[in-house]
Write a new protein. Structure first.
Length: 127
C-alpha cells in the first residue's frame, strides 16, 4: 500500500479537482476588523445571557445570589457580567451561567461565503 504525506495528498487533489485554479482570493482581516468581530460576538453573548437571566428571575424567582450558589461564580462577578462591565468571558463562565439558568448555550455559524454569481465575480477578480 503506497504511503502519502499530507502535501502529496493535497497536491494530488489539486491536480485532479482543479482546486488551485479555482481558489478564491482572500484578504486578511485588519486589526480593526478583528476587534469589531470580537466586540459584536461579545455583545451578542452578553445580551443573550442577560435576556436568559431576566427570564429566570421571572419564572424561577431567582436572583444573582441563587445563580452564584448554583454556578460557583461569585455574585459580584455575575452582576458584572449581566451589567456588561465584564466582557472578557471565558467559555467556562458562559457554560456555567447558562447551565445555572437551565439553558444551553448554542453556537450557530452562518455561512457568509459568496455563492453563485457573487462567487464567480470574486474568482474573476482574483485572477
Amino acid at each position: 500500500m503506497p504511503r502519502y504525506s499530507a502535501i502529496s495528498l493535497r497536491e494530488d487533489a489539486e491536480r485532479h479537482e482543479g482546486i488551485s485554479a479555482g481558489k478564491v482570493a482572500h484578504v486578511p482581516m485588519s486589526e480593526q476588523e478583528k476587534l469589531e468581530v470580537v466586540a459584536r460576538l461579545t455583545d451578542n453573548v452578553l445580551a443573550e445571557l442577560t435576556k436568559a437571566f431576566f427570564e429566570v428571575v421571572k419564572q424561577e424567582r431567582w436572583g444573582k445570589r441563587d445563580l452564584a450558589q448554583i454556578s460557583g461564580i461569585n455574585e459580584t462577578g455575575i452582576g458584572h457580567v449581566l451589567s456588561g462591565r465584564r466582557k472578557n468571558l471565558t467559555i467556562e463562565t458562559i457554560a456555567l451561567l447558562a447551565k445555572a439558568m437551565r439553558t444551553r448555550p448554542e453556537l450557530v455559524l452562518h455561512d457568509l461565503r459568496p455563492r453563485g454569481k457573487r462567487l464567480n465575480k470574486i474568482r474573476r477578480q482574483g485572477r
